[in-house]
Design a protein around this ligand. Structure first.
Ligand SMILES: [Zn+2]
Ligand SMILES: [Zn+2]
Length: 226
């Protein structure tokens, strides 16, 4: 049985390799004054377990307002279609990921690598700016355009309970021409993330890093490697 993991008060991990299925990215949930916000959706087969975890956190008496998709790879968006349908949430993503998320181009979702078939989803709120600040239920979600792994990758941070929590999915790569990776852009994006001095890093596949020194060391480690 998949278990909710508490990261800080009001921030949880509700899916991921350790709690749902190995092919899932880490799926995070942030509580706000007006419903919950999910970051990424997993590869698809775990939607039932993810919804069980959302239920444990108060749904349906508490609504799920939105799901922020950090980029269009299948391990992050495979569950989008069903989560949107079942939870009635709005999907938020960057404009440059629409060919993956809305058109479902296999080369961009990389679904063939997983032996899965992606189901396209309409994005309700399309981000175009370098930094968009969404205010949901009194909580600000800073969505930074951090291209590199994919052209429209975004990283999200929230300031909560005196800490800065960064959702940096797939900031470790990998890189491939087939889905439009760009290492020069990636490097700039990583430097931008370092400037945030986040206290907690909620990573896409390897879990949670803290305190601030560990977050820095994690990002710098990849900068050295590539
Ligand atoms: Zn990815
Ligand atoms: Zn991933």
């Amino acid at each position: 049985m998949a278990k909710v993991q508490t990261i800080t008060e009001e921030v949880y991990m509700i899916g991921g390799p350790d709690i749902t299925r190995p092919e899932d990215c880490c799926v995070y949930l942030v509580e706000t004054g007006d419903g919950m916000v999910i970051v990424d959706a997993g590869a698809g087969a775990s939607v039932g377990s993810i919804i069980d975890n959302v239920r444990e956190l108060g749904w349906p008496s508490r609504k799920v307002s939105s799901l922020i998709a950090t980029h269009g790879h299948i391990d992050h968006v495979g569950g989008l279609y069903e989560l949107k349908e079942k939870l009635g949430l709005q999907v938020i993503a960057h404009e440059l990921e629409l060919p993956a998320i809305e058109e479902g181009l296999s080369q961009l979702t990389a679904d063939y690598l997983y032996g899965l078939k992606y189901r396209s989803v309409k994005v309700d709120l399309v981000l175009r700016e370098k930094e968009a600040v969404l205010e949901i239920g009194g909580q600000k979600f800073h969505c930074l355009h951090t291209p590199g792994h994919t052209p429209g990758s975004i990283s999200v941070y929230v300031d909560k309970g005196g800490e800065r929590i960064l959702f940096g999915q797939d900031i470790h790569g990998p890189f491939s021409r087939s889905w439009g990776s760009d290492r020069r852009q990636w490097r700039e994006s990583m430097l931008r993330l370092l400037e945030l001095e986040a206290d907690v890093l909620c990573e896409g596949h390897f879990g949670v890093y803290r305190p601030r020194e560990e977050v820095r060391a994690y990002i710098e480690g990849y900068l050295k490697r590539f």
